[in-house]
Design a protein around this ligand. Structure first.
Ligand SMILES: Cc1cc2nc3c(=O)[nH]c(=O)nc-3n(C[C@H](O)[C@H](O)[C@H](O)COP(=O)(O)OP(=O)(O)OC[C@H]3O[C@@H](n4cnc5c(N)ncnc54)[C@H](O)[C@@H]3O)c2cc1C
Length: 385
């Protein structure tokens, strides 16, 4: 692990090269992939082979870069400026799968099974499966069960809306392992496991360049070493990782808002109406200036959330909720204003803002809806100290 100063420099250089690479390599095809609702796995894998972006937070012993989550989050923001769907697949692999798997073993203190380490070293396409058809916000209402057998566990149930679900190689799956509402455990399930069937979800409004699927477990047999961490203690990694996930999703909103601001800035200076650039009209100036200020505020709040996670602050989870709540609604607002500034061009696929606006809406739903975060925050902020 390098010093904070060295890491900040690595991050700055990396973000610059990711932004340029994404513009050049993701930009030309993103419109067509969005229209087709297509996750292009071979294009995605180039994030690893050409940019070395896989395993950022893993130690060198696991063929990782040994950096902290602030770097992953910065990369997610950079990718989201061009292709938020690809950024979401990356977030799922890096934060929800690799980082969570590694961190859960670190936190529990037991040695990581060799099979888990091998999957991390291979930088497989991973995902995380928590949500079910009847349990989204009410995550503890999950019905998927994992029952102990003579040589491992048997999983039965359905997970839905799982990013990387149709193409992923391995998943971290939450399942009920006891009668108590909080008796949840975490398992590592590889895609080739007998008893696991996968299918794509219904067509999505946005984030269409990522893939989202249903995982159906029917008498799915997994070995004993599939358990991640301790039995019945899956809630701890779930809650800790939710905070990291929320910062990653907030970074997506930041990237989308920045891209939209840049497009509306350029467009409003060029587009003429009544003999003047529209940037000279007060109502357009309001949207431009407020979008700029909101982008700056989003980024500053995200940085604060990231620094609290890194310092292990006891407020980190509250801050992560606040960051996601603010950034998700702000990303929607800035991208909506960009559509407005571009008029009919904004409403069509001639410019990326309509796609970015559709993508921005997911961020008010995934990883904790705005309503769930409002409830969480008010409960935490009003509890007796
Ligand atoms: C593109 C995409 C990718 C996703 N990727 C993943 C993934 O990789 N892994 C994964 O596990 N999940 C994933 N999800 C699922 C996502 O996290 C859930 O959709 C989200 O948690 C909301 O759950 P839900 O859709 O079941 O909505 P519900 O929980 O049914 O909520 C419906 C509405 O009711 C509101 N509501 C619910 N409870 C309350 C309450 N107590 N008070 C007030 N309002 C309430 C909600 O805010 C929402 O407005 C993904 C979803 C999408 C769309």
């Amino acid at each position: 692990m390098c010093s904070r100063h060295e890491q900040d420099e690595v991050k700055r250089v990396l973000v610059e090269s990711v932004c340029g690479w994404a513009r050049e390599n993701l930009g030309p095809s993103v419109k067509a992939r969005d229209a087709a609702g297509m996750f292009d796995r071979s294009l995605y894998m180039r994030l690893g082979s050409e940019l070395g972006l896989f395993g950022v937070t893993l130690p060198e012993a696991l063929d990782g870069a040994g950096l902290d989550v602030s770097v992953t989050i910065a990369v997610i923001e950079a990718l989201s400026m061009t292709d938020p769907g690809i950024a979401m697949s990356y977030l799922s692999q890096e934060l929800l799968f690799s980082h969570q798997l590694y961190w859960t073993w670190q936190a529990c203190g037991d040695a990581m099974p060799e099979r888990h380490a091998a999957l991390l070293k291979h930088h497989v396409l991973g995902g995380m499966a928590m949500t079910e058809p009847n349990a989204g916000t009410d995550v503890l209402g999950m019905r998927t069960t994992a029952v102990e057998t003579s040589d491992g566990y048997r999983i039965d149930g359905v997970k839905q809306w799982i990013t990387n679900g149709p193409e992923g190689d391995a998943f971290l799956v939450y399942a009920r392992t006891g009668e108590a509402r909080r008796a949840i455990s975490l398992f590592l399930v590889t895609a080739d496991c007998p008893g696991l069937e996968r299918s794509p979800c219904d067509e999505k409004m946005g984030m269409r360049t990522s893939s989202t699927g249903v995982l159906m477990f029917q008498d799915c047999r997994i070995p004993r070493d599939a358990l991640v961490g301790k039995l019945h203690e899956g809630l701890r990694p779930m809650l800790r990782n939710l905070a990291v996930e929320r910062l990653g999703l907030a970074a997506q909103s930041c990237g989308i808002a920045r891209a939209c601001f840049e497009i509306m800035r350029g467009y409003s200076a060029q587009r003429m109406a009544f003999g003047r650039p529209i940037a000279e009209f007060g109502q357009i100036q309001r949207m431009l200036s407020e979008s700029y200020s909101v982008c700056r505020a989003m980024h500053a709040l995200l940085e604060e959330g990231v620094s609290e996670i890194l310092s292990g602050s006891s407020d980190a989870s509250v801050t992560a909720d606040a960051v996601k709540l603010f950034c998700a609604s702000s990303g929607e607002r800035v991208s909506r204003d960009a559509v407005q500034v571009l008029g009919a061009n904004g409403y069509s696929s001639a410019y990326p803002v309509e796609r970015l606006h559709r993508d921005s809406i997911l961020l008010s739903i995934g990883g904790g809806t705005n309503e769930a975060l409002q409830k969480n925050l008010s409960r935490l902020l009003t509890r007796p100290s």
